[in-house]
Design a binder for this molecule. Structure first.
Ligand SMILES: [Zn+2]
Length: 268
């Protein structure tokens, strides 16, 4: 062996250096591969990319490093959803559990499923009569997007908007909450613009809604809206606000009319 090394040194002096370098890179890559092959123990979301370890080992600039996996955003969302007691809603409201017997229900289901598959840069809008399964289907879409590694924020309009409006003297906390609503990858707003029976949204409600909606429109961020109002109601309340939602949700919009047969009409 020694003789062989001496011979190589004599005849090909650069070869040993190359082998040395190669081995170092390869050693690190092997180490990274071994780490990446291990199963992690993070729960809640099943991520094939990191095998539920939350990070991926990579070799960069001759060093072994960790890169945070994109599933961590979705994991954080799930944690928030669990904390706010909405996890049971997410488990209950799935496409499999949706009972579609009437024609309009079948249509609502396929609209939601189409949105999930093809609505990447679009918004989903379900408006109109309560008790028609709007929240159910919107929650199913939000839950599926979460499972597909998207950070999702669930906003109950009524309570969250009241909380935000009460923060007039706490600019820091107001901004912190608003930033999250404005920038999260997927926002689901349940009961959008809901106010007490017999009342109309105030200018403060409209301003708050516009700030969130406009920012998400400009930044091209997925937004899911369920509301008892129809898109025409919202446009007549505030044209700029309703117009943005209408344009964003074209092709993925359902307005369920107020009658006992739950007729619906669509906008293409
Ligand atoms: Zn992951």
């Amino acid at each position: 062996m020694e003789k062989l090394m001496a011979l190589i040194k004599q005849t090909k002096p650069n070869l040993l250096e190359n082998i040395g370098e190669y081995n170092h890179e390869k050693f690190l890559q092997d180490q990274a591969d071994r780490e990446n092959a291990e199963e992690g123990n993070l729960k809640g979301i099943d991520c094939p990319k990191c095998k539920n370890r939350g990070h991926i080992s990579i070799v960069k600039d001759g060093e072994l490093m960790w890169k945070m996996c994109e599933c961590m955003g979705a994991r954080k969302s799930l944690e928030q959803i669990e904390k706010s007691g909405l996890k049971s809603l997410l488990d209950e409201c799935t496409f499999e559990n949706y009972e579609a017997t009437e024609q309009w229900q079948k249509h609502a289901l396929s609209l939601a499923q189409n949105y999930l598959e093809y609505g990447e840069n679009m918004w989903l809008f379900f408006g109109g009569q309560s008790g028609a399964g709007k929240t159910f289907l919107c929650t199913a879409v939000a839950g599926e997007l979460l499972k597909r590694n998207n950070a999702v924020k669930y906003m109950m309009w009524d309570s969250e908007s009241k909380a935000l409006k009460s923060l007039v003297n706490d600019a820091y906390e107001y901004q912190r909450r608003m930033d999250e609503l404005k920038s999260v990858k997927v926002l689901y707003i349940d009961d959008f613009l809901k106010v007490q029976r017999g009342q109309q949204p105030t200018p403060a409600d409209i301003n708050l809604a516009f700030e969130i909606i406009n920012h998400r429109d400009v930044k091209n961020l997925r937004t899911i809206i369920s509301t008892e109002r129809s898109i025409d109601d919202i446009i007549s309340l505030d044209e700029a606000l309703g117009g943005r939602i209408n344009r964003r949700s074209r092709g993925y919009q359902m307005n369920i009319a107020y009658d006992k047969n739950k007729n619906f009409r669509l906008r293409k």
